[in-house]
Design a protein around this ligand. Structure first.
Ligand SMILES: *[C@@H]1O[C@H](CO)[C@@H](O)[C@H](O)[C@H]1NC(C)=O
Length: 282
């Protein structure tokens, strides 16, 4: 009876686990970029692509903007259709005047590069130019840079449409977002000096604590006597004071001489010095 109920609980756990992992896998695979210039162009695998991992928080998001001349509207999707109904189109351009629509780049032809606080995404194989750029395919470059104060609301900017060239043209976009901010290098690792200091401080703390326990409970010490090696530290303090006295005050007896009044005292001192001279070792 007990055994079979345990078994059914286990079965239930197993089934819910399966269900959760199925739901999980469907959500992670639906919006996804596909890499080009790889063996056979594949979905970017989870976990092992540095740039894609950095981009992850933004995958599935959409941004849009209008250029300065108010000629075009640009829609940008991060590994997602920029506009519903345009399959695999990562960046779509809509003419505000001529109402023409151009597919600038496809996210099933993506390249991703990244650094500490930026990610660069390229969508390739867009529509061909007619009179520009050697009739090559359009291409979108989206640079996402770290801005700790920027979130999804900050949007995208079109920086440049470089098409007056013989080739290698591109549409350049910029998104500021906190999701791509890296770890600051200063907090990355403790310096050697601070590690040494921490070790030193812990050793002293341990020494004081264990010493205190020993003095109090083994030697039954009371008051200041509970401080470990109390007499040694007392002597040590005195020694330090002596040392300091020697170093700091060695000149003082000679320096104080000019302040003495001139008169009998000085004569006496000279006499004293003469008298003492033959006491000095040769
Ligand atoms: C990307 O998707 C488009 C539209 O669905 C398709 O025409 C094209 O062949 C795909 N490209 C690659 C490299 O899979």
């Amino acid at each position: 009876m007990g055994f079979s109920s345990e078994l059914s609980v286990l079965l239930l756990l197993f089934l819910t686990g399966l269900l959760v992992s199925m739901v999980d896998s469907t959500t992670t695979t639906s919006p996804a970029c596909r890499l080009i210039n790889e063996e056979d162009g594949h979905d970017i695998p989870d976990g092992d692509h540095k740039g894609y991992n950095k981009l992850k928080p933004l995958v599935g998001k959409r941004f849009s903007c209008i250029d300065v001349k108010k000629e075009y509207k640009y829609s940008v999707g991060i590994c997602r259709d920029a506009v519903d109904g345009y399959e695999n189109v990562g960046v779509l351009q809509e003419g505000l005047i001529d109402k023409k629509i151009h597919k600038i780049g496809f996210y099933n032809a993506t390249q991703i590069m990244s650094g500490n606080d930026w990610v660069m995404v390229e969508y390739w194989h867009g529509e061909e130019y007619h009179n520009h750029c050697n009739n090559e395919q359009r291409k979108a470059i989206i640079i996402i840079i770290c801005d700790p104060s920027a979130d999804d609301e900050s949007g995208v900017d079109i920086l440049e449409e470089a098409r007056e060239k013989k080739g290698d043209c591109y549409y350049l976009f910029e998104i500021s977002h906190k999701a791509v901010c890296g770890i600051k290098s200063s907090s990355k690792a403790l310096s050697f000096g601070s590690i040494v200091l921490i070790i030193f401080a812990s050793v002293i703390a341990l020494y004081l604590f264990l010493g205190f326990l020993y003095q109090r409970f083994v030697l039954q010490a009371k008051g200041m006597e509970q401080i470990p090696n109390y007499s040694f530290w007392q002597d040590f303090g005195n020694l330090q004071a002596d040392g300091c006295n020697l170093v700091c005050r060695s000149m003082s007896s000679r320096n104080s001489a000019p302040y003495k009044g001139i008169g009998d005292e000085q004569l006496e001192e000279d006499l004293d010095r003469e008298r003492d001279d033959h006491l000095l070792p040769m």
